[in-house]
Design a protein around this ligand. Sequence first.
Ligand SMILES: C[S@@+](CC[C@H](N)C(=O)[O-])C[C@H]1O[C@@H](n2cnc3c(N)ncnc32)[C@H](O)[C@@H]1O
Length: 251
Amino acid sequence: MIQNVRRHGPAVFEGQPAVDAVLKQAWYAENVDSIPESARLLLEQYSNLEPEEVVPHVVTMMQDVALGKEIRYLVQDGVPSTQLYGFDLEPEFIELGYQLFRDRDRLQATFVSGDILAEPTTPEGQELARLQGEIDIIFASSFLHVWDWGDMIKAARSLVSMTRPCRGSMILGKQLGSLKAGQYKMPTSRGFNFRHNKESMAQFWQRVGDETGTSWKVEADLYQGHELEENRSHAWSEPDMRMIWFSAVRD
Ligand SMILES: C[S@@+](CC[C@H](N)C(=O)[O-])C[C@H]1O[C@@H](n2cnc3c(N)ncnc32)[C@H](O)[C@@H]1O
């Protein structure tokens, strides 16, 4: 099913197949014989898999991102699933999440598929428009780095429109960053993504605030994460590449 998902960008990057570069070289391991401890515990304790079932099950699914794992961690930690919302461009990822975590019959989170860059009145944007003004805390994990500066602003404006319009609403996240903030070549739809450092992240939220008539208190910092190492072998990697976390709290 994943092989049919190709809406994120051109099929070729720097003369190589982009899907192979992205899925195979870094995120797609041919031989999986272990998985991170936190994921193993989640599958055993939340999804009730037997210990010996965990690795074969993950191998069958062959995908560990974008399937709503943060929502399952929150439920496992005691948050009522009725309070949780998730969205993705790809409805297939939502379906695969139910299959991976075996919770279709009990998870009561609301999942919505749609394009965050689409106007709320269009077919691609109308599902997401249902979330406008509803969300207290948005966790945007490895999400905004998909875009160049312009589309990242557009996506963040949509996230802002989803937050409850009051002081204390939060948008948090982590994503690819760089010691040297700027646009970098990337196999995404416009061919570039913007990688932030601490300073550019603050400027970014200032701009998003100006454009949406809102004000955000921002904290951010670069860090070295396992995600970085997984992406080091890519053609689009650069030595100054880092991860960055951010927290924007509405004033
Ligand atoms: C790198 S994944 C991160 C997923 C997850 N948050 C995680 O940390 O594992 C980025 C996600 O953004 C979704 N996405 C990309 N473009 C989108 C768009 N225009 N609107 C909504 N979701 C989009 C992709 O389908 C993908 O699931």
